[in-house]
Design a binder for this molecule. Sequence first.
Ligand code: BDR
Ligand code: CA
Length: 312
Amino acid sequence: MNRQSLIIDCDPGVDDAVALMLAFAAPALELLAVTTVAGNVPGRLTQRNARMMRQIAGREDVPVFGGAERPMKRPPAGAGEFHGPEGLGDLEPFEPAAIVGDGPAANAIVDLVMRRPEGSVAVAVLGPMTNLALAMRREPRLAERLGPVVVMGGARSEGGNITASAEFNIWADPDAAAVVFGSGCSVVAFGLDVTHQVRATEPRIEAIEAVESEPARTATAMLRFSQRVERTVVGWQAAPLHDACPIAWLMAPELFELKPCRIEVETQSDLTRGHTAVEFRVDAAAARHHWAVKADGQGVFDLIAATLGAAA
Ligand code: BDR
Ligand code: CA
């Protein structure tokens, strides 16, 4: 099997945690590192939470590097309402046995990508894009060396979830997102248009709950917490599982439909800060960006249950 080399940059976060459990269990992915950023909760918590997930998954072979404590130009935001004060819902926090890797996330991304063949390392960004933008600033050749950058972020037809027109990850650090989308690297974006099609309905949660393993129990706890928040705060019955989408696409691209496009991020206006302008009138063959428009929600959940089940 040709395994896809991958770095996951994230801000766990309950849906980041499910995405990590999926990636840790996926034989098709060669996970080189997990890097963390301040986002849903402060950086010291996202870094600890990633190490907690690594320990629960039994994947101490994968290094975790802590990254940016704040966005490039703006004060830190947070989404504790959706993730709990510690970032992992009501999971009891603990200090993991294995420590964090040496040096900041941006350095780790540069080192891991530049040391490997051109185009061979994918980066999944599941939080604000600060670390990858800082890495690009540090190493100007990074963008042309990267494999696909798969991103949970942005909103078009669904509208925003933090403002009328912006999705949280892009809104939190629009300047970083503008650097990444403007860098010339290939980006596949999974925005709210598609993550809202991947919802954790009760039978889908139960299928994961039926897997007897610690990673599956943890994923179930994350999904149940999100379900409660979604019902009380948003008013929907089933919560979207945003961050698992880019990981699922790397494993099973047939679960999604993408459209070639050009994406630009609003950084000037306060009103539309972080809006993703998605232009489909492009030369498809030359397009560097793709926007996910359709997802097989049941297929994504089947993939998670099957992957966690096979690893149990
Ligand atoms: C994104 O924002 C975060 O709260 C989630 O983890 C996800 O990455 C959804 O807008
Ligand atoms: Ca996230």
